[in-house]
Design a protein. Structure first.
Length: 368
């Protein structure tokens, strides 16, 4: 059943594979370099690079693998790239992103030095946050105003830092005329920052946006908070995401999965902020790829709860969930198959993404 598990490698090893390609094409065009990279990745990894090849998956290495996957796709799609049909701006963007990750593979000092000579990107925001590069927080704050199209990834990186210097900045965003998703993110930053745990309610409590005002009532724990709105659900998703970053042992994992199950009880398809909620939950599913989850699933009831959780994941997120299952290994898939058709499944099995996934692995139940 299933394919043989791929050989795993580190971010540094992946970088060395790609760097060897660029050295051979030094001075050539981005198109030539990306063709060489795609060919080398196909030989070394296969046609669909994914997180399964990573020794220790994390947000940065996962983003690098997804970039390699996109390069392979663009350069190999029906052979069109060699005919010059892939738009040059796409190739230029892929090439620039590739160089960012390669500078990181050379070490953080190299990364910092090269960042000084180019415009910041969403990949940089992710890297700065993941490696806790506190010396670059001031750069992020400046770029938040200089690059409006990058405000969400930049602010997402900033709220992961706990600093008294950020409190006033976050309050200003939370109460200002910014997009609602940014205000929710700023509120999360204040909630997590011990220097500014939400105490300025007089500045935040009044809002002409009902959705955001409802979130304020929920965070304050008021009895008249009302049903969970899009802002509330995004706030909860982000809480889970940042908790996943701190997850260490099986107990942490159990608490996080319980919060995730509670969130998935809501119909996420029809709420505002859906795209941001799905983005956050995608990152959560990537962050769960740790040994702590394997240890947590050692108990039968914990394993059943995990299967029920997977069966609640919206179809739009299930590709991420399938990567998580593949990371856990074939023994987990086999155990899921043994339980298939039991009380974990939805009453309407035809709508179950988990059932469809199990069947795609070769499981062929008489009834689901």
């Amino acid at each position: 059943m299933g394919n043989k598990k791929k050989e795993t490698m580190s971010l540094h090893t992946l970088g060395e594979i790609v760097l060897s390609c660029l050295e051979r094409t030094d001075g050539g065009s981005p198109r030539l370099a990306l063709e060489e990279v795609a060919s080398r990745v196909l030989d070394a990894i296969g046609p669909r690079p994914d997180g399964e090849i990573l020794q220790t998956p994390d947000p940065v290495s996962s983003a690098f693998v997804e970039l390699l996957d996109q390069i392979v796709f663009e350069m190999d799609e029906n052979g069109e790239a060699r005919g010059g049909k892939v738009e040059e701006y796409i190739l230029d963007d892929l090439y620039k992103r590739l160089k960012i990750f390669l500078s990181l593979c050379e070490g953080l000092d190299s990364y910092r030095k090269k960042l000084n000579f180019r415009v910041i990107t969403a990949d940089d925001a992710l890297i700065i946050s993941h490696y806790s590069l506190t010396d670059l927080v001031a750069t992020l704050m400046s770029e938040f105003f200089e690059e409006p199209h990058l405000r969400f990834p930049i602010l997402h990186a900033m709220v992961s830092f706990e600093s008294e210097d950020l409190v006033g900045f976050l309050y200003e965003i939370a109460r200002g005329k910014y997009d609602t998703d940014l205000r929710v993110l700023a509120l999360i930053g204040l909630h997590m920052n011990d220097y500014g745990r939400i105490n300025g309610w007089s500045m935040l409590g009044e809002s002409d946006e009902q959705d955001f005002a409802s979130l304020i009532r929920h965070v304050k724990g008021l009895p008249d908070a009302g049903p969970a709105t899009g802002c509330v659900l995004l706030f909860r998703a982000l809480e889970i995401e940042f908790a996943a970053r701190r997850m260490e042992g099986p107990d942490d994992c159990g608490a996080l999965l319980a919060s995730l199950r509670e969130l998935l009880r809501h119909d996420l398809d029809g709420v505002s902020m859906k795209s941001r909620i799905f983005e956050s939950l995608s990152r959560v599913l990537d962050l769960l790829r740790r040994d702590a989850l394997r240890r947590h699933l050692g108990g039968e009831e914990s394993f059943r709860d995990f299967i029920r959780l997977l069966d609640r994941i919206p179809a739009g997120l299930f590709e991420r969930a399938s990567r998580l299952v593949e990371y856990l290994g074939e023994d987990i898939v086999t155990a899921m198959e043994r339980m298939a058709g039991g009380d974990w499944a939805r009453s309407d099995g035809s709508d179950s993404s988990l059932s469809a996934y199990l069947m795609s692995t070769g499981y062929d139940p008489p009834l689901l």
